[in-house]
Design a binder for this molecule. Structure first.
Ligand code: ZN
Length: 280
């Protein structure tokens, strides 16, 4: 099932995408989509529901896919073709960093941070944990996945790279965490290593990739992280970006106010973000 949360005049409504593409309200069956509802049988009230029988939701203002995303783990340099573009050696282990800004809706604007000149884009496959994972094997790792989503790992390269310390500074500015539009349940994504992905800026293709060129697979990433950190339901992992980021262009190119970013992953939906200037 493709789940989402939609902002309406009556507040945020949990919904699902019906076969005809319409959104159908799950209100009255589940309270919301949250870390709790995607784990521990929280979606059981939906068993047997016929989506086309449910009330249609006509709004398309997507909220983040869960009400309480607390942690977004990110993996760097995880595409062999992107590492080549960045001129960097392939890592021996998954490169882990954190994105600690609140998740935002798929189509919420990107606000350029105060003083930013190097805000960049990164289309990524997002993984949503649905069951606690601690010291899990590669073979069983995907059993801990609730579903998948699109993420734009928006990044400020000067903050990330030129000012010392950890990457987290350049990854966590307000509005840098679009997650969605949908949480696509794992049963609808039989092979997470065979998904096409793209990103356009102002209608021009910037990124083209496929999750088949990941250095570390989704299962390997989950297994590796779970050696160090117990992954909990609702945790999100952004699994790295394919080639075509602005930092890798010659000359480099970054986002400016007025730009439009559109990105997607096959089967997981698309995001569109307007880029806006910082306002005090
Ligand atoms: Zn990234």
């Amino acid at each position: 099932m493709k789940f989402c949360r939609v902002r309406t005049a009556d507040g945020i409504v949990p919904a699902a995408v019906a076969a005809d593409g319409t959104l159908r309200s799950l209100a009255g069956h589940i309270a919301d989509l949250s870390s709790h509802s995607i784990a521990y049988g929280g979606l059981a009230p939906l068993d047997g529901l016929v989506l086309s029988d449910l009330p249609e939701v006509t709004d398309r203002d997507y909220a983040p896919i869960l009400s309480d995303i607390r942690r977004i783990f990110c993996i760097g340099l995880n595409y062999s073709d992107h590492a080549a573009e960045a001129g960097m050696a392939l890592p021996d282990f998954p490169i882990l960093f954190m994105k600690v800004c609140p998740a935002t809706g798929a189509n919420d604007p990107i606000i350029l941070p105060k003083g930013s000149e190097k805000t960049d884009w990164e289309v990524e496959l997002g993984v949503v944990i649905g069951a606690r994972a601690q010291h899990v094997s590669v073979e069983t790792a995907l059993n801990h996945v609730a579903g998948y989503c699109v993420i734009n790992d928006v990044s400020e390269r000067a903050f990330q790279i030129e000012r010392g310390g950890q990457w987290v500074k350049g990854k966590s500015c307000d509005s840098f965490g679009p997650v969605g539009p949908w949480l696509v349940s794992a049963d609808e994504v039989p092979d997470p290593q065979a998904l096409d992905m793209f990103l356009d800026v102002n209608g021009e293709r910037r990124q083209t990739g496929n999750t088949s060129t990941m250095v570390f697979s989704v299962a390997e990433i989950i297994s590796h992280l779970s050696e160090y950190i117990t992954l909990e339901p609702g945790d999100v992992i952004s699994t790295g970006t394919p080639p075509g980021v602005g930092m890798g262009m010659k000359p480099q190119q970054f986002l400016r106010a007025g730009d439009t970013v559109r990105l997607g992953v096959s089967g997981l939906g698309e995001q569109t973000q307007a880029v806006r200037a910082w306002e005090t």
